[in-house]
Write a protein that binds this ligand. Sequence first.
Ligand code: G6Q
Length: 570
Amino acid sequence: MTTRIKPLTQRPAWKALAAHYKKVQDLHLRKLFADDSKRGERMTAAAAGLFLDYSKNRIVDQTIKLLIQLANESDLSGRIEAMFRGEKINVTENRAVLHVALRAPKGAIIKTDGKNVVPEVHAVLEKMNVFSERVRSGRWKGHTGKRIKNVINIGIGGSDLGPVMAYEALKHYSDRRLTFRFVSNVDGTDFVEATRDLDPAETLFIVSSKTFTTLETMTNAQSARAWSLKGLGGNPKAVAKHFVAVSTNAEKVSAFGIDPANMFGFWDWVGGRYSMDSAIGLSTMLAIGPENFHALLKGFHEMDEHFRTTPFEKNLPALMGLLSIWNNDFFGASTVAVLPYEQYLKRFPAYLQQLTMESNGKHVTLSGKNVDYQTGPIYSGEPGTNGQHSFYQLIHQGTRLIPCDFIAFGHALSPLGRHHDILLANVFAQAEALAFGKTAAEVKAERTPDWLVPHRVFEGNRPSNVILAERLTPAVLGKLVALYEHSVFTQGVIWNIDSFDQWGVELGKVLAQRIVPELESKATPMLKHDSSTNNLIRHYRKLKKAKPVWNPARREKLSPHSHTASKGKL
Ligand code: G6Q
């Protein structure tokens, strides 16, 4: 699959793009728009209810032609088909990459290792439907017979960021009688704050972990178990009513004490950061209900089909991926700002950070050779308009080129007076200001003193995409996530890297396990790290021994974690 494709920088389209870049690099968007009155209408594409305006990128028609030629020379179509066919395109883990099967309709056939995976996907979805209805209707009772009012998802990375993002994004559609919390960090504060005002008798934990071995999640799950049992009289049978698991590891789940009947499975062909639409989305389904969850899946699927079947010049994920390559590899833009003008999408940039950076933060090709070009850019962002009053300054007038993705909607989910028009005016104004800036002549015409003029000049020529949709619904969220998933895939194919492994994450997991006993042992440990790590460990052990400046015993009394024992004593 990879051998007949030339190394990236030797592909004719890459060379042509490099030459083309030299010609167009200094063209200003002001001129490009002035010379072509239809540019803003022409350089757009729409699919599945999403509208993409990419006209404010530093491109001409020839750029798109060459980028598509690059996609063809990189066999993007073949690689898309290979993914949808269930080929093991995650070569370093020898796994298929089938998140697209998670949202395939019931009758679809998607095989890996000769087996159609779609029926299993729908069997798990059905189990999730039934469970969600039981909890949401109050038929599922806790150990003491009380109905569940609080749901806490315990997970980290891919087993957390998707659920948190989806819960926040779709809060408008959620059952407000239920409280949702998400515990990910092994820092005890995360767990303590998430549970401090909750009654264990009304609280259900979802332990979400593909492997069921992740240190943070297992530590939090053990603390949750202790918290539950303490509040429920200590009977281990209570665990069955207050814990469910989402995992691929049935053995570890039952060793933890969770009834396998309360385990929701998924498969090794679902990567953690591609799993929010698998059983990892159980908290999402509990919040918004099965019907809305299925609408979310439909949205994903619609974008999948668009990506699989649409020619690249009209293909939203392919275009976004190719434009990202252009900005990153030719203009040297090392970051991308994701700027949703929708408060409910406040966790979307954090979610995309993992999706994009864990997928494409790679320095070797599929065959293990060092790349001689830049790969995944750094993603960051905040919802607008908040960001405008902080980091946008650097985007407008700093020395770096930061392409922006603006995301906005025709309708507010919380309509309030003039708010939405004002919000949207800001999106359009920002994209306009970034592209066109403000010249010295314009600044002078405002009677600005000469010495102040340079400070008030905006060079402009800052690229951006604007993505518009009617309103943020479960289906639209699915489409947006799939749009970015496939854009990431497109970029990974061009760079010829494995977008689906994460060896960088694995190393940290192993090293931490080694150091834990060195911090906990009573006897002074024999340290065999480098001198800095050894010294830091010794320093920490000293800090641990030092007398606390406040009395933890008193804090313990105040802690709601002992609230069943200490209620009334506060
Ligand atoms: C995602 C990564 C990583 C993973 C977490 C949690 O693609 O693999 O973020 O999701 O490390 O892993 P577990 O689900 O196995 O606990």
